[in-house]
Design a protein around this ligand. Sequence first.
Ligand code: PGA
Length: 252
Amino acid sequence: MSRTMVAGNWKMNTSPAEGARLIQEVMEKVGTPATRVVFGVPALQLMQAQELVAGHTNYAIAAQNMHQETSGAYTGEISAGMLSEVGIEYVILGHSERRDYAGEDDDLINLKIQRALEAGLRPIYCCGEKLDIREAGNQELVVGKQVEQALYSLDPEQIEKIVIAYEPVWAIGTGRTASKEQAQDMHAYIRRMIANQFGADVAQNLTILYGGSVKPNNAVELFSQPDVDGGLVGGASLDAENFAAIVNAIGG
Ligand code: PGA
């Protein structure tokens, strides 16, 4: 099975009409993709987006968040079960913006991951260090701790459902991308951690995406690294032409 994937994270952008157009345009430009293509759309658009990709090979939809409880008095929240019932396949969890603006930490993210898996969703788990950590050379320590706290309590069958997105915070929305060597080094480190904890086969099949200012002009070199299996794309996923070019950069 191929490990590759390109996922768009639209964040709080696009109206429902714009979102529908964007998905249709990407599908027209790309056709049937050689890799998994995932649209991470705003909650309001999840059902519409799912209907647009249903029956199209290799396309899927991701939610950008969900609550850690299965139901109850949590005003404004959406549960894993609600997402899976309407056919959503993925959920982005642990994004640095949610860590920063909603105070999410890896213990909470671990709970969300468990709930997502119980509901049959596939979590896209985001991790990554801030600039001061990178400058101090402590990125493996910090990302290692994130991965350990969020994922080590799972069993190997659960880890097989997880996608990891390494997103150095200093590269998100800044136009500053990790070099291909920086990305490869961290991806290889994460894969080694997973191999040590869950076994070589699990690690070998694990999809590890890079995120942080992925653009058409840097996607080929990033994706050509042996442990970089694709990208989680923010800004450039809002433009059909750019996103299609990034999708086509896989294996290209
Ligand atoms: P960016 O965002 O591509 O705009 O840097 C990536 C992300 O936040 O997932």
